[in-house]
Design a protein around this ligand. Structure first.
Ligand SMILES: Cc1cc2nc3c(=O)[nH]c(=O)nc-3n(C[C@H](O)[C@H](O)[C@H](O)COP(=O)(O)O)c2cc1C
Length: 188
């Protein structure tokens, strides 16, 4: 068997970034005092189909973490690639100091099943109620039960129509990419 290219060692604290690109999401919350907020989350894991669960990996220091623990609610909003600048800024400033909806020109809309707002500019919304929290190193895993989900008509039917949807994929640091090909069905 021919030898492949030589492999170099990757520092352990950088190794997780080899799992990227991940679709970045804008996760919105509302505190119990009524303050809307949004943060960027790249580390989201589809977790269970029945019950429908997803998991976000989030540091305890985040203002959004406190809101989710307080209210037990959040919305995962799916942005498109043309929103990449808003996505990175939502992930660089904190709702402790700034009204990010106003600052980023995002529009909060009433969600169906939770008090946390959905973000009008995003193509899809997954409304969640806190199911469980797990400690995991310097991040905590927040498992959310999906209560409602919606998407712009024509973009998604069991799978994304990738000729329409341009995901905002985070490759690490300040770098983003998107899908440039149609999805190819693999026959097996
Ligand atoms: C592209 C991108 C992805 C991010 N992904 C995560 C993540 O998965 N988990 C996390 O805790 N923080 C993540 N962050 C950092 C938070 O979004 C950031 O600390 C944010 O300012 C927290 O806002 P808040 O204090 O208003 O909640 C990410 C930031 C960027 C720019």
């Amino acid at each position: 068997m021919p030898e492949g290219p030589e492999k170099v060692t990757v520092p352990l604290d950088q190794s997780l970034y080899m799992l990227h690109p991940y679709n970045a999401a804008l996760v919105s919350t509302k505190t119990k005092d009524g303050q809307n907020n949004v943060l960027t989350i790249a580390w989201i894991i589809p977790t269970s189909i029945n019950p429908p669960l997803l998991t976000i990996s989030i540091r305890k220091e985040r203002f959004s973490y406190k809101a989710i623990q307080e209210t037990g609610e959040f919305v995962v909003n799916i942005p498109t690639f043309d929103m990449a600048e808003k996505v990175i800024r939502a992930g660089r400033i904190t709702g402790k100091e700034i009204d990010k909806f106003a600052e980023l020109g995002l529009t909060p809309r009433k969600a169906k099943m939770v008090n946390a707002p959905k973000i009008e500019e995003c193509v899809a919304h997954i409304e969640c109620k806190l199911w469980k929290t797990f400690e995991a190193g310097d991040h905590n895993l927040i498992v959310g039960e999906i209560m409602a989900a919606e998407v712009v008509e024509g973009y998604f039917s069991k799978t994304w129509d990738i000729t329409k949807f341009r995901p905002c994929q985070h490759t690490g640091k300040q770098f983003f990419t998107t899908c440039s090909l149609e999805a190819v069905e693999i026959k097996f």
